[in-house]
Design a binder for this molecule. Structure first.
Ligand code: FAD
Length: 430
């Protein structure tokens, strides 16, 4: 029987990974991760910045250890998946690739290219709380407004499927594992991007508590629950800085070190023990936003990446010089500049400041929302194609906002959320 490649994408975990479990039925299995070559965003900076590269490196180190403790290994390849995976499959005698399905256009194109290269590709949807087939409507009928989506789910009452435990053991590696070319590393990890030590960070991933691996992810949420923080979530979620004002689940959800269904199960167990509150319920709403943007991608695909998005608006203008000032934190607007410094220095930004910064680029700097989205892609440790694109479109009035876009007044936001100027003082320097 021939071997299977398990292609790890944004599911860097063993826990609750149905696609990996499906691949475990193979007689021989090689788990593989592809590091794409450095790519330019099209706006003159790299697509993958140092924070996410370092955080993913941490997740891969953990995964490598977890796989080898189960009799397997992690093969890390340098190159485009559509090039290196068919070559690896030939080397090890594999004819099948199993992976998670990602509804974003580039990721869909990668899977198609593998099929065109002659591989059998089995993609399994697993990155959302709900599966598309659990929705009470066909994907073409996804409500155009989030609140209608949430209400229709609440009325129909489906529950996320229970998470599945990690496999106790994995199938053996292919017997024909040859000496692989340089840079293909099933036994040794490649050099990692160094982590940035930034004590001001709201997500200090240089500390063990925010390490990229799946054990740290779960421990983080466990301590968040044990301290009763969900009850305070609604009251604190619009704060600008600090580790505890929001759940900080997004980096692990984005890399896939943590599954949303595991989060849901832990949250529901917390509510069963300590009572549900407005705060704990609100975390669930936010996870539904994440699902919503995934389903929106299933519905509209590449259209979400066009200048107009879902609107009939003309292409946006783009003031290059103003965009450069924005991304460097040199606009002269103190709250926006502090936010852009924080983003570059730490890879994280609160939701409120993401909204303020995005609005400022679009409505005050005359910048193209797609350039802003690309900058966030480059810088964010928790970059997720569906959530990033969905939120930028929303603020630009080219997505699903029933109010046709969100314009935030930075002075008013500073007065409301940073009355003492502490946040602006904290990030007054790069
Ligand atoms: P919490 O407030 O604790 O929320 C819990 C979880 O719910 C989050 O981890 C996240 O998975 C989900 N969530 C919360 N808010 C949103 C939202 N608006 N949209 C989708 N999911 C949400 N989030 C990303 O994960 N990746 C991105 O690339 C991303 N880009 C964004 C770009 C812009 C312009 C804006 C306005 C928001 C963006 N968000 C993105 C959404 C949101 O800002 C982050 O998910 C959140 O700040 C992460 O911090 P947290 O985990 O503490 O969130």
């Amino acid at each position: 029987m021939s071997a299977t490649l398990y292609w790890l994408r944004q599911d860097l975990r063993l826990d609750d990974n149905p696609a990996l479990l499906a691949a475990c039925g193979s007689a021989a299995l090689l788990p593989v991760y592809c590091h794409r070559p450095a790519r330019d965003s099209g706006w003159d900076f790299p697509r993958l910045g140092r924070h996410r590269a370092a955080f993913i490196g941490q997740a891969l180190d953990s995964l490598r250890a977890a796989l080898s403790s189960r009799g397997s290994a992690l093969c890390e390849l340098q190159g485009l998946p559509e090039i290196v995976l068919p070559a690896l499959a030939r080397e090890v005698g594999a004819d099948r690739v199993v992976c998670e399905r990602i509804a974003a256009p580039e990721e869909e194109a990668e899977a198609l290219a593998l099929r065109q290269a002659g591989l059998q590709v089995c993609e399994i949807w697993q990155s959302s709380l709900f599966l598309p087939e659990q929705l009470p409507f066909a994907i073409e009928r996804l409500p155009a407004v989030f609140t209608a989506f949430r209400r229709s789910l609440e009325q129909a009452g489906p529950q996320p499927l229970p998470p599945q435990d990690a496999p106790a053991a994995l199938p053996p590696l292919p017997a024909a594992l040859p000496p692989l070319p340089a840079g293909w590393t099933p036994r040794e990890p490649p050099a990692r991007t160094p982590v940035a030590i930034e004590p001001r960070s709201s997500f200090p991933y240089h500390l063990p508590a925010c390490h990229g691996g799946e054990a740290a992810a779960r421990a983080h949420f466990q301590q968040y629950l044990a301290r009763g923080l969900p009850h305070r979530y609604k009251a604190t979620r619009d704060r600008l800085y600090g580790v505890d004002f929001s759940s900080k689940l997004s980096p692990w959800l984005a890399s896939g070190a943590l599954s949303p269904r595991r989060v849901w199960q832990m949250l529901k167990a917390f509510e069963a023990r300590h009572g549900a509150s407005e705060g704990s319920g609100w975390i669930g709403f936010e996870l539904l936003w994440r699902d919503y943007f995934r389903f929106l991608h299933l519905q509209h695909g590449a259209r979400l990446y066009h200048a107009a998005g879902l609107s009939a608006l003309p292409p946006p203008a783009h003031d290059v010089a103003a965009f450069q000032r924005w991304r460097k934190g040199e606009t002269g607007q103190p709250l926006v500049d502090a936010a852009m410094r924080e983003l570059s220095a730490s890879g994280y930004l609160s939701n409120r400041l993401r909204q303020v910064a995005a609005s400022y680029l679009i409505y005050e700097c005359g910048g193209d929302w797609r350039a802003g989205a690309a900058w966030f892609e480059s810088q964010l440790i928790d970059y997720d194609a569906c959530s990033n694109q969905g939120n930028w479109l929303y603020i630009a009035g080219r997505g699903t906002d029933p109010r046709g876009g969100r314009r935030f007044n930075p002075e008013r936001q500073a007065a409301e959320h940073d009355a003492q100027g502490r946040y602006r003082a904290l990030w007054s320097t790069a």
